[in-house]
Design a protein around this ligand. Structure first.
Ligand code: ADP
Length: 163
């Protein structure tokens, strides 16, 4: 059976922590889909769905990573069923992620329409405390973003802050 993996997230914006998980998982499975949760109308996201796709596309191209990017809404398990996903990938940072991630995966297991396994990849040491919200906070305060995000994302963050 083909191993089709999905790495879902908000990616608002994609950080080097996410990229690390994407790179590592792209070598493990037959196919990797990066799933962007569609912004709801009430969402406070900084980036539109299209901007998120563009940023991720630029990174995949530059890094030579093979993965598909898809935007989805509704239940995660419905999307997984539609795309024949049998592996769900999540990243685990500090202990604080654990409880939420466990809840996330068990809830989805209960709702699932087809069998899947969740694979947790531990965050690399340098990205353990890196999150999209932290990156936005640094951007708002005009801090150096180069350690947290790639150049293309940094440029867009600065654009947003300046507007
Ligand atoms: P969400 O808003 O749904 O948590 P994110 O885009 O923030 O989505 O994260 C998607 C997944 O990536 C989650 O499993 C999260 O734990 C993981 N993740 C986020 N940042 C990092 C990081 N720095 N290192 C490893 N995994 C991460």
């Amino acid at each position: 059976m083909e191993k089709i993996a999905l790495y879902p997230g908000s990616f608002d914006p994609i950080t080097k922590g996410h990229i690390d998980i994407i790179k590592r998982s792209s070598n493990l499975f037959d196919k990797l889909i990066i799933g962007i949760f569609k912004n709801s109308t009430k969402s406070k996201a900084w980036f539109s769905d299209e901007e998120k796709v563009e940023m991720i596309q630029e990174i995949l191209k530059k890094e030579g990573i093979k993965a598909e990017i898809k935007i989805f809404n509704g239940l995660l398990v419905d999307f997984m069923y539609k795309e024949n996903v049998n592996i769900l990938i999540r990243g685990l940072r500090a202990l604080s992620d654990y409880e939420y991630e466990l809840q996330f995966t068990l809830t989805n297991k209960t709702l699932a329409k087809s069998e899947f396994e969740t694979v947790f990849l531990t965050a690399s040491r340098e990205y353990l405390y890196l999150s999209s919200s932290l990156v936005k906070e640094v951007a708002l305060n005009r801090g150096d973003l180069s350690f947290f995000v790639t150049e293309n994302v940094e440029r867009r963050l600065i654009d947003k802050v300046e507007k």
